[in-house]
Design a protein around this ligand. Structure first.
Ligand SMILES: [Zn+2]
Length: 331
């Protein structure tokens, strides 16, 4: 929250424009979103909503006035020039609001964006673990649950909309080895009394191939994000291959264009490794995007670690503007 305070101070004092003038930067600043709209009453993971439609529009307009907005196809050109300030808008996972809410706004603002989709979610709609955990907690008839094999004490459903309980259970999932994941979800299903979520709940959650073809035809870029969204570095070499090659094959079949761009599920530095990079290179991927903040100067470029800044609802307008104007301090 120190950054939120600093950005407020900067905008009130007019220091931001002074600092922006005094600390010029050049490079590529990529922003990443998940969902656009109002998630405040959703039974799913509310942390996935990045901005509402109005905020998203404001953010695009601010970006346009400060950066040249580009698509990944422009990267060889802008990197070769070695100068300039470039912005990229990206989305992960493939949620349907990307098509219904974000796409019309992007078209009317004339901003290109890249959508990295999890092809297994498009092919066979299902709830990802983060949304299923939130759904099980929010549909439970109970006031608290105990998961003695997984967590000490009780998880109380006493905060507003059970948000704290959802956060606690999501945190535990992220910390455990991948082979324990299914047993943990089954344990939550039993403890909450909600059961595992049925397919019908997830049917309208994701975009379908017709929507993706329409976006692709309108100049948007569609990239890969694996088939089932595992943390690649925590899986075997064979599994990484299946997830990357299989994702690329589905994109090529449905869109008639090869997978040239990719984003790592979860996307932190520990989410991908040398095997991932080699496999992407072999799959013909030109650039791959991470997700741990920061931006890339042309002098410190890495084709398989294009850094991205998370956009989340806690970013105030001042904070967002500071990220765009002064990424060296705030991105
Ligand atoms: Zn993702």
């Amino acid at each position: 929250m120190k950054k939120a305070f600093a950005t407020r101070l900067l905008s009130q004092s007019g220091l931001r424009s002074l600092l922006g003038w005094a600390s010029p930067w050049s490079g590529v600043l990529a922003l990443n979103y998940h969902r656009i709209g109002d998630g405040s009453a959703s039974k799913f993971d509310r942390g996935l909503w990045s901005a509402d439609a109005e905020t998203f529009t404001d953010q695009l307009r601010f970006c346009k006035s400060h950066l040249e907005m580009i698509s990944p196809d422009d990267l060889p050109r802008v990197l070769a020039s070695g100068r300039g300030r470039y912005g990229m808008i990206t989305f992960d996972d493939g949620y349907r609001d990307n098509y219904e809410v974000a796409f019309p706004i992007l078209k009317s603002e004339g901003v290109p964006a890249t959508f990295f989709v999890t092809t297994g979610f498009i092919d066979t709609p299902r709830l990802p673990w983060w949304d299923e955990i939130a759904w099980m907690v929010r549909t439970s008839p109970r006031d608290a649950i105990e998961l003695p094999d997984w967590l000490p004490g009780s998880v109380l459903f006493d905060s507003l909309d059970r948000e704290n309980a959802v956060r606690t259970l999501l945190r535990a999932y992220k910390a455990m080895p991948a082979d324990a994941n299914q047993a943990y979800l089954d344990a939550i299903a039993r403890a909450t009394g909600s059961g595992r979520c049925g397919m019908e709940v997830s049917e309208s959650l994701w975009m379908n191939w017709n929507m993706l073809r329409e976006m692709h035809g309108a100049g948007m870029t569609i990239g890969g994000h694996t088939i089932t969204h595992p943390v690649l570095a925590r899986t075997t070499r064979e599994r990484q291959r299946e997830e990357i090659m299989g994702c690329g094959n589905r994109l090529a079949e449905e869109l008639g264009a090869p997978m040239r761009y990719f984003s790592y599920p979860v996307g932190g530095l520990e989410a991908f490794n040398a095997v991932t990079r080699d496999t992407l290179r072999e799959a013909g991927v030109r650039y791959a995007f991470s997700y741990y903040g920061g931006f890339r100067r042309p002098t410190a470029w890495d084709d398989y670690d294009v850094r991205r800044v998370p956009v989340e609802t806690y970013l105030t307008a001042d904070w967002f503007r500071s990220i765009i104007s002064l990424p060296g301090f705030f991105a």
